[in-house]
Design a protein around this ligand. Structure first.
Ligand code: PLP
Length: 338
């Protein structure tokens, strides 16, 4: 019986076939630009998503940071969701390391940042103010895919206001799969996109930042400054290549399992289903029962994350099969006395 780990889609372990691909990766020194597997990964994602260039980096946090530091300079400002990963969950890196001021904007329920609020937040050109330079969006946001017509509107808005536009696309492929469009259809609205291979796609490590050649050259310099200039990283890039070859379409399975989990949990008295989007299920249970629930689930070898978000977030991924969903439903049901 294997652990059903619903805390995040980052917990996946490389499959045997992925490890095999890593074993045979051709490698070189990536600081010299000589790792063929890294170069192939960067080229492939740039071509697929419609950009001039790509940069392979260890984490999505670093990828977003390099993007912000490449779009903005010291004393500049970026508009970002008040609950966006970039703003809230990345240690304030843009401010700490880039001297870039965030201007958080309250999200609409669908995750979009209302254009009227964005317009009102743009500072006039005056020494009193930081220079508003960039709009940063996130897709998916808490599992929600931003509406495609909103992306078009946000793109046009940024263009009219002279702002750059960046996407934290940690789960870009989940958004593409649920929207039924190629990822490129989402990416084309942005000047830069950060994609994680280490989430639902199941690679052990790795994100790629995409953008113009000029932007990626700046990002490459900042990556070195941030200590992210790595060497024979092709071993990791091979895992990412494997993930792109084999783990994109199957994201639909994670979405289907999340929908099934939501539907089954909804029927259990004591659980309030708040929503299900792509591979995430959000539920509320009485706060005073959370610890006991966690203990009960652990006894059935099921992991959830309590206390990190105000609601419970259950995430499906590559390492959770139909049996895992059954076991989870049964454990929740027995806890609530059904
Ligand atoms: C996971 C994640 C990131 C980057 O996370 P790392 O753990 O640094 O790779 C960025 N944005 C979102 C929305 C994420 O979920």
């Amino acid at each position: 019986m294997s652990t059903v780990d619903l805390r995040s889609d980052t917990v996946t372990r490389p499959t045997a076939a992925m490890r095999e691909a890593m074993l045979h990766a051709e490698v070189g020194d990536d600081v010299y630009g000589e790792d063929p597997t890294v170069n192939a990964l960067q080229r492939r994602l740039a071509d697929d998503l419609g950009f001039e260039a790509g940069l392979f980096v260890p984490t999505g946090t670093q990828s977003n940071l390099l993007a912000l530091m490449s779009h903005c300079e010291r004393g500049d400002e970026y508009l970002v969701g008040a609950d966006a990963h970039t703003y809230k969950y990345e240690g304030g890196g843009a401010a700490v390391l880039g001297s870039i001021q965030p201007q958080p904007i309250a999200h609409d329920v669908d995750g979009s940042l209302p254009l009227d609020k964005l317009a009102a937040a743009i500072k006039m050109v005056d020494p009193h103010f930081a220079r508003t330079r960039l709009l940063a969006l996130e897709n998916t946001w808490h599992g929600r895919a931003l509406p495609l017509d909103y992306l078009q509107a946000a793109h046009d808005f940024a263009g009219e206001r002279g702002l750059g536009i960046h996407l934290d696309g940690a789960r870009l492929f989940n958004a593409a799969v649920v929207s039924g469009v190629p990822a490129r259809e989402i990416a084309r609205h942005f000047d830069s996109v950060s994609v994680c291979l280490s989430k639902g796609l199941g690679a052990p490590v790795g994100s790629v930042l995409l953008g113009s050649s000029a932007l990626i050259e700046k990002a490459r310099r900042w990556r070195k400054v941030a200590g992210g200039g790595w060497r024979q990283a092709g071993i990791l890039a091979a895992a990412c290549q494997y993930a792109l070859d084999h783990h994109v379409e199957r994201l639909a399975d994670d979405h289907r399992r999340a929908a099934a989990l939501a539907e089954r949990l909804r029927g259990i008295a004591g659980i309030t289903l708040l929503g299900q989007h792509t591979n995430m299920v959000f539920i509320d249970v009485p706060t005073e029962q959370l610890r006991a629930l966690d203990t009960h689930l652990r006894a059935a070898d099921i992991r959830i994350s309590i206390g990190y978000l105000p609601t419970l977030r259950l995430v499906t991924h590559l390492d959770i099969d139909d049996e895992g969903i059954e076991r989870t439903v049964a454990a929740f049901a027995s806890f609530f006395g059904h």
